[in-house]
Design a protein. Structure first.
Length: 97
C-alpha cells in the first residue's frame, strides 16, 4: 500500500488515539505523544508499526496522539488512517492469525 496523501483517524477523547499519516520518501517514522508514554509507549509504537507492515506500508510519517487507547483501538485507527491516506477502498479488516 502506497501512502498518497495526508489522512487521519480517531479522536483525542479519553481512551482513544488520533493517528495522522502522510507520505514519506522512505521508511516509517512514528512520532508518538501519549499520556501513558512511560508505561506503554513502546507497545503503542509496536502496534502502529506492525499494522502498517501488515498493510504493506513501507514509507510513511505517522504522528499519533494517544489518550489511553487499547491495542485494538490503536490498530483500527492506524488501519483507517492508512486506507484513507492510500485512497484505497480495498478493505481487509481481518487480523492475521
Amino acid at each position: 500500500m502506497k501512502i498518497q496523501k495526508a489522512a487521519q483517524a480517531g479522536t483525542v477523547e479519553s481512551s482513544d488515539i488520533i493517528v495522522k499519516i502522510e507520505p514519506a520518501d522512505a521508511g516509517v517514522e512514528v512520532v508518538l505523544t501519549s499520556s501513558v508514554m512511560q508505561q506503554y509507549g513502546k507497545q503503542i509504537e509496536k502496534v502502529i508499526r506492525e499494522t502498517l507492515s501488515e498493510l504493506g506500508v513501507d514509507a510513511a510519517r505517522v504522528e499519533a496522539i494517544d489518550k489511553g487507547a487499547l491495542d485494538c483501538t490503536v490498530k483500527a485507527r492506524t488501519q483507517a488512517a492508512a486506507y484513507r491516506a492510500a485512497e484505497s477502498t480495498d478493505y481487509e479488516w481481518r487480523t492475521k492469525a
